[in-house]
Design a protein around this ligand. Structure first.
Ligand SMILES: Nc1ncnc2c1ncn2[C@@H]1O[C@H](COP(=O)(O)OP(=O)(O)OP(=O)(O)O)[C@@H](O)[C@H]1O
Ligand SMILES: [Mg+2]
Length: 1096
């Protein structure tokens, strides 16, 4: 869009380019050499070249609602258009005019208030432009034009997918049936049928795509015919380029045509056709999206049925339609596996056989013929026909081709049926055509479909340009001004490149399709050969086969790899024969028998592109014979969300929709038009000297323009026509004049206001000061009185507080003292008690120790004595023996020995008794000591408990002390006492430790005493053992003595016989008297001793 020269001055409002927002509002802050410094609304400072700036009307900022016609914008430029749309969209004003073109921004939310009957009544007959922009206004203007001029009209609705074309078309039809309908009542009036044709066609021709949940997969031109009274008398629907490939192939998250899902959800009907959930069918389960948000397929099915009823499709035909749809679904589930022969195929499994049987039953044709049709191909030769088996892939392709053909024919049949049922009025000469056709498309990968769509858009663009150009010319003619300035940009060269014969892209494509050996490479090569150096066609950068076309809306690169395949619309003769043989009249009717043609192949080629071109040609002829009206639908964001305005995408759509081209055409001529009164109103202040003299606004306008040295403007009958940029110059001059005037007014006003303010401020200040002083003095007096009262109060309160504190401290001190005295007395008592107990233990222990040592020495002495005496006895015995040997001496010795033995035994007995008594006393002493120890332990525990309780009391006292410190510093003295107490406590603790140590030492000594006692017992045992040994010796001595007695007896007897016999007998007698009794008595005593002490 060429932008006229701008008047650059500081503070001027401009638009500046922005990467993310396309354009942002800014203000010139400085001029730096060739560059301009601007500050954006987001306070960003940017340096730009002046030619990159667009002027912005400062008044726009005040007009928050935006203007309803873009041509009313002071500066008609790209950012102005965009910003205006954005402001209006934010207020849910989705419609805006650009001249006679209506721009409709999709609200993506229900706006019922915009489309109710009341609204329709408002727009009915209202002059165009009087009410705010609306689709009803466009529909009404076309209806009025048709009725007034008797000329057919057309409304062309375009825009990208999801922009709202179909919805807008429906609204137009709704409005037309409102203004051109008969009284409501009958359900099957023509207008009702026209309206109901929409849901029906949508069920079969719409599907979910990534861009739109209800995307029309065909173009549509609805012609509504009217009679001379302006009543709808007939209608006809023309459709364009249905997307056939969707029937057999879909991608996630898209869906197949709605009708399939509706049929699957139809309950009884689905069961009748052995249909289940869509996930069971290959043609539907390629994508996992089966449901649409907020749409019930079952309810939609009922609506479709109802629409069929209203449109006039009989029940038999309805049954047949759904039978055919079900058959297509079953057909898609037929799978093939390689056959026995090379390149042949057979049905894969039972499931496939079932689906094939179902498809054949639903098509009402022979199942074997269906199988043969899918898995073989007949080739006609001169010699006759040859049947060729198809491999698995070819069989699947044949199956899919059959499904696509059947669906396409079903769709065409439906359109024909609607046309037939609604009927056309042969007497009607006026009609309104509504075109709902896909807008310009440019994706990352563009294929044959995009090529056809963009071709259609080029055609429509040419029509649009011509129309806008013509409208401009009309305007100039009406105003009787010279219009040779308008430059018309023609896109005929692109159209020639595409459609011209014999050499155009379509012609070359058809040629390539007709040669079996052609590939997309050969097609591309030929294309580049033929159009070398063409300004609109170039080779793609990174591919040999892709080509780029420079369309009116931008360059689009097309990938040619599927061009040939998609352009070939084969009709397989076998398929036609199969379905023509169907017993179902509906199916057979879809495939009328083909004309007898001698063809070698069973494929009949027809070019999709050529057919489309012819359809477009017919459409253009229709449009040319009508008065066109344009509605450009705009999709505000790619997320289909309300209130989201994506500037870049919208600019692209405006460019593609030709809106910016219309603006350009407008700019090429005299884009700014103002009525003379408007002009004088706005710019009269630039030449105040002329204002009072003349009432001729035209002359005044000229004078003003001449004064400003502007040229090339045109003065029409009612309006002044300005060249682009002239309004900018006028505006900036106006702004300057207003600026200076405003400054002067402000200056005067400020002086006046300042003076007035000063006087009133001075009076007010004096009053204020007097009042303030009074207030201050009053406040001071009150404060002083309060202070005196407070001092008095404080005196009493302090006295009371000190007294309370003193009494508290006094009672605390008394309690503390009593507690401390009690504690120290208890401690002293306990100490004394412990001391006495320790002395007692020590006395007892010493007694015990000395006693046991005494007993020990005594026992050792006795043992030594025994030992010594035994030794002496033995020596005596030995001597006696010698004496016995010497006869007389022996007995004496024996007696002596016996006496000694008796002594020894007596002593032993005595010692035993002593030992027993010693042991008894010892055990008594030990038990006494243990009891003393226990009592000491108990005392110790009690002492510990007392200490703990004292500690607790200490803590309590400490707390009290702390409290006392806070309350009164006098308590510090008591703290020192407490510190002493603590010291005492420490001392007590240390004495307790020493006591514990003493206790442990006593325990140790006790253990030692016990050990000594056990040693003594051990020694006693040893003594006992020695005693027994001694007894044994005694026994042996007794035995020896008895021997000695025997011998003595013998010796006595011998002595009796000779003379000295008497002496010997006396000796023996005296010996026995002396020793015999002792020994015997001794033996008996010993026995009793043994009995008395069995342990021995
Ligand atoms: N005027 C409107 N008010 C409310 N919602 C709207 C309006 N126009 C469009 N929509 C919403 O936008 C969606 C898409 O609109 P529509 O189907 O008319 O797009 P389209 O341009 O026909 O797309 P396609 O080219 O894919 O067929 C609708 O389903 C609807 O939700
Ligand atoms: Mg649509």
């Amino acid at each position: 869009m060429p932008e006229p020269k701008m008047n650059l001055r500081k503070g001027a409002k401009v638009w500046v380019e922005d990467k993310s927002l396309a354009w942002v509002a800014a203000e010139i802050t400085d001029l730096k050499g060739k560059q301009v410094q601007v500050q954006t609304v987001s306070a960003k400072t940017v340096l730009v070249l002046p030619e990159k700036l667009f002027p912005r009307d400062a008044d726009e900022e005040e007009e928050h609602g935006g203007v309803d016609d873009m041509t009313k914008l002071t500066y008609l430029n790209e950012p102005g258009v965009l910003y205006n749309l954005e402001r209006r969209y934010a207020l849910n004003d989705i419609y805006t005019y650009t001249g006679s073109i209506l721009i409709a921004v999709n609200p993506f939310t229900k706006l019922p208030h915009l489309y109710n009957v009341h609204m329709m009544e408002q727009y009915k007959g209202a002059p165009f432009g009087e009410l705010s922009p609306h689709v009803f206004a466009v529909a009404d203007v076309s209806y009025r034009a048709m009725m007034n001029e008797g000329r057919s009209q057309s409304i062309l609705v375009s825009g990208e997918s999801g922009a709202g074309k179909t919805e807008t078309t429906k609204l137009i039809m709704q409005y037309l049936t409102f203004v051109g309908g008969r009284a409501a009542g009958d359900d099957r009036t023509v207008e009702q049928q026209v309206l109901e044709s929409n849901p029906l066609l949508e069920a079969f021709g719409n599907a979910r795509t990534v861009r739109n949940d209800n995307s029309s997969r065909f173009g549509k031109f609805v012609e509504i015919q009217f009679d001379a009274n302006g009543r709808i008398s007939g209608a006809a629907i023309r459709t364009y380029l249905l997307e056939r490939s969707r029937v057999v192939q879909i991608t996630d998250p898209e869906r197949n045509y709605h009708c399939f899902y509706q049929l699957c959800a139809s309950g009884k009907d689905a069961a009748k056709y052995k249909l289940a959930h869509p996930s069971h069918f290959h043609y539907l389960n390629q994508s996992r999206t089966y449901e649409l948000e907020g749409v019930s397929s079952a309810e939609e099915y009922m609506k479709t049925r109802r629409a069929m009823d209203i449109v006039g499709i009989s029940h038999e035909d309805q049954e047949a339609i759904f039978c055919t749809l079900a058959a297509i679904l079953h057909l898609g589930n037929i799978e093939f596996s390689p056959g026995r022969e090379h390149d042949s195929s057979v049905i894969k499994d039972q499931k496939s056989t079932f689906h094939m049987q179902m498809a054949a039953d639903l098509f009402r044709c022979d199942v074997n013929l269906l199988l043969a049709t899918l898995s073989t191909r007949t080739i006609q030769t001169r010699e006759g026909s040859i049947v060729k088996a198809l491999d698995c892939n070819a069989a699947v392709a044949s199956r899919d081709a059959l499904a696509k053909t059947v669906y396409a024919r079903l769709f065409d049949w439906l359109v024909d049926k609607i046309n037939m049922s609604v009927g056309q009025d042969p007497n009607s000469h006026i009609q309104i055509g509504v075109l709902d056709i896909y807008g310009f498309e440019c994706f990352k990968h563009n294929s044959f479909e995009q090529f056809c769509i963009n071709f259609a858009n080029e055609k429509l663009q040419q029509h649009f340009n011509e129309h806008v150009f013509k409208m401009e010319q009309d305007e100039y003619r009406k105003e009787e001004i010279n219009w040779s300035y308008i430059e018309f940009i023609d896109n005929q060269d692109v159209l020639d490149l595409i459609e011209k014969k014999p050499i155009g892209i379509i012609a070359l494509l058809d040629e390539a399709c007709m040669f079996p050996k052609s590939t997309h490479e050969t097609f591309s090569t030929k294309l580049f050969q033929n159009f070398r150096g063409h300004s609109r066609l170039e080779r793609a950068k990174f591919s040999e086969t892709d080509f780029t076309v420079s369309h009116y809306a931008g360059k689009v690169t097309y990938q040619t790899d599927t061009f040939l395949e998609k352009n070939r619309d084969y009709v397989v003769v076998e398929h036609c024969n199969l379905l023509a043989s169907s017993k179902c009249p509906f199916v057979a009717g879809l495939f009328p028998s083909p004309p007898e043609e001698s063809s070698r192949s069973s494929y009949k080629f027809s070019s999709v592109a050529t057919r489309f071109k012819q359809q477009l040609q017919a459409l253009m002829e229709t449009l040319n014979s009508t008065e066109p009206h344009y509605i450009r639908c705009v999709k505000p964001n790619s997320l289909n969300r309300p209130h989201k305005f994506e500037n870049l995408s919208i600019l692209h759509q405006l460019r593609c929709g030709g809106v910016l081209e219309a603006v350009r055409i407008s700019l090429a001529g005299y884009p700014t038009r103002r009525t003379y009164s408007e002009f004088v109103d706005r710019f009269g202040l630039l030449a105040p000297e002329f204002m009072d003299t003349s009432y001729d606004e035209k002359a005044l306008t000229e004078k003003i323009l001449r004064k400003l040295n502007l040229e090339n403007f045109q003065l029409g009958r009612t309006k002044v026509f300005l060249r682009a940029g002239q309004i900018g110059v006028l505006d900036s001059r106006r702004a300057e004049v207003l600026d200076t005037a405003a400054k002067r007014v402000q200056r005067r006003l400020r002086t006046y206001i300042a003076h007035r303010n000063f006087i009133s401020a001075r009076v007010a200040a004096i009053q204020l000061q007097a009042y303030c002083r009074g207030c201050l003095v009053r406040k001071m007096f009150a404060a002083r009185r309060e202070a005196a009262a407070a001092v008095c109060l404080q005196k009493y309160v302090r006295r009371w507080l000190f007294r309370c504190a003193y009494l508290k401290v006094l009672s605390a001190a008394v309690i503390l003292q009593s507690n401390i005295c009690g504690f120290s007395t208890r401690q002293k008592f306990l100490h004394r008690k412990k001391h006495r107990a320790a002395a007692l233990i020590q006395a007892r222990w010493r007694l015990c120790r000395f006693r046991s040592a005494f007993h020990h020495y005594k026992k050792s002495i006795i043992a030594i004595q025994c030992h010594w005496r035994q030794k002496l006895a033995k020596r005596e015995l030995r001597r006696l023996k010698q004496e016995a040997n010497e006869a007389g001496a022996l007995r004496l010795a024996k007696n002596k020995l016996e006496k000694q033995l008796e002594d020894l035994t007596w002593r032993l007995h005595l010692e035993k008794r002593m030992r027993v008594s010693t042991e008894e006393t010892k055990s008594v002493e030990i038990s006494k000591l243990q009891k003393a120890l226990e009592s000491l332990n108990l005392e110790l525990d009690a002492t510990k408990l007392a200490t703990i309780s004292e500690c607790n009391k200490n803590a309590v006292l400490q707390n009290q002390l702390e409290l006392s410190i806070k309350e009164k510093s006098a308590l510090e003295k008591e703290l020192t006492v407490l510190a002493e107490m603590r010291k005492e406590n420490v001392l007590l603790k240390s004495s307790l430790d020493t006591l514990e140590k003493k206790n442990s030492a006593l325990e140790h000594e006790l253990k030692k005493a016990l050990k000594d006692a056990s040693d003594t017992i051990e020694k006693l045992r040893e003594l006992e053992q020695k005693n027994t040994e001694l007894q044994q010796n005694m026994q042996s001595l007794e035995e020896k003595l008895s021997h000695l007695e025997d011998e003595n007896h013998v010796l006595r007897q011998k002595a009796l016989t000779p003379s000295p016999k008497s002496n010997r007998a006396n000796l023996t007698k005296s010996f026995s008297n002396k020793y015999g009794g002792t020994v015997n008595l001794h033996q008996s005593d010993r026995k009793t001793a043994y009995l008395k002490n069995p342990d021995c």
